[in-house]
Design a protein around this ligand. Structure first.
Ligand code: NDP
Ligand code: GDR
Length: 338
């Protein structure tokens, strides 16, 4: 059996990656979880379902990226073959309100985990994946690819850049099999509710069902290269299966504005977004990333990776999912049958 350890397993990507690896019979998957006052495992609960061949290969352990001793303990106990570092305070806007916390978990947290991996690598081979981000390119002109200089524009992006360079340095200094995946935005029906795509699909479908009157948004002109999270976790795994460790950009190569995402979503529901969307500076950022557009040609050529879900397919998938949620919510409130 191959043993994988995932930080951030309760998040969007962690849940898709766990599913993807458990779909391979040779993998045992271990995830790190944090203690919270109420359970937040909705994205992975189904993996503890009736299928014993999955359930028996899936395990959770308490640890925190802020706590080096917990990481070292888990690493020694489990001795994994692959480590995927997906844990993070991943919200860019929130990182302006909590810059030190974000730097600690996202930046130093990566270093803490790398140290634990380095110690393990003294006694067995281990491969490490770092969840780097297109936010590291910040204000660099599009398209952004492996040779584009970084120019981060938020505490989150600065912390990710620190984690990225530590990953590169551990590869060079200690000959560690460490890869950094510079992933552009990727979304899904499991996307956190406060990221812009999910906020839009949740809001528009609730408006359609009469559960909400308006949607209050920030900068509609920002452009992002949006893909489907399910496609992107495949790229993470592929990076760790290569002969040599390297860094890769993962993106669709298409960019769309937040306004376009609104248009596509509302028009799918036969609504006009102009009738429902309001602006509030509460949702703008002190410094913005205007345009992200990734060049994933290296990932295509070396990993054979391709995005399978396109922009219209992504919007449709999210709208259909959230419309069903809104209908259930309405039914639960006693409006009508579903
Ligand atoms: P989410 O915000 O959905 O998930 C983040 C995960 O990190 C959650 O499981 C969360 O746990 C966990 N976490 C937060 N703080 C800590 C901590 N102190 N110790 C351990 N775990 C912690 O993020 P995504 O799944 O969208 O993203 C996965 C990774 O990829 C992140 O590192 C993100 O920054 C990065 N990334 C994401 C992109 C995207 O478009 N989605 C693009 C590029 C990079 P809990 O549930 O307890 O809060
Ligand atoms: P981003 O994602 O900052 O790119 O980081 P987010 O969805 O939060 O914002 C995308 C763009 O939309 C604009 N925007 C709004 N954003 C939010 N959240 N809420 C709003 O109401 C709103 N209105 C407009 C933003 O200003 C921004 O320009 C995501 C995260 O997943 C990171 O962890 C990851 O590293 C990057 O993607 C790649």
């Amino acid at each position: 059996m191959k043993r994988a350890l995932i930080t951030g397993i309760t998040g969007q990507d962690g849940s898709y990656l766990a599913e993807f690896l458990l779909g391979k019979p040779e993998y045992e998957v271990h995830g790190l979880v944090r203690r919270s006052s109420s359970l937040n495992r909705q994205r992975i609960d189904h993996l503890f379902g009736p299928e014993p061949s999955i359930r028996e290969r899936f395990h959770l352990h308490y640890a925190d990226l802020a706590d080096a001793s917990s990481l070292a303990g888990v690493m020694e106990r489990l001795r994994p073959d692959e480590v995927y570092n997906l844990g993070a305070q991943s919200h860019v806007r929130v990182s302006f309100d909590q810059p030190l916390y974000t730097a600690d978990v996202v930046g130093l947290g990566t270093l803490r985990l790398l140290e634990a991996v380095r110690h393990l690598a003294l006694s067995k081979p281990v491969r490490f994946y770092q969840a780097s981000s297109s936010e590291m390119y910040g204000s660099a002109a599009p398209p952004q690819g492996p040779n584009t200089p970084f120019h981060p524009r938020s505490p989150y992006a600065c912390a990710k850049l620190y984690g990225h360079w530590q990953t590169v340095n551990y590869r060079e200094a200690y000959n560690l099999f460490a890869c950094s995946g510079i992933l552009f935005n990727h979304e899904s029906p499991r996307r956190g509710e406060s990221f812009v795509t999910r906020k839009i699909t949740l809001g528009a479908t609730r408006i359609k069902e009469g559960l909400q009157q308006k949607l209050v948004m920030g900068n509609l002109d920002a452009k992002r290269d949006w893909g489907f999270a399910g496609d992107y976790v495949r790229a993470m795994w592929l990076m760790l299966q290569q002969e040599q460790p390297d860094d890769y950009v993962v993106a669709t190569g298409e960019t769309h504005s937040v306004r376009e995402f609104l248009e596509w979503t509302f028009s799918q529901l036969d609504l006009d977004y102009h009738d429902f969307v309001e602006f509030d500076t509460r949702y703008t950022r002190p410094s913005e990333v205007d345009v992200l557009l990734g060049d994933a040609s290296k990932a295509r050529e070396r990993l054979g990776w391709e995005a399978e879900v396109d922009f219209p397919g992504l919007v449709k998938m999210m709208v259909e999912h959230d419309l069903e949620l809104a209908r259930r919510e309405k039914f639960a409130m006693g409006y009508s049958s579903p």
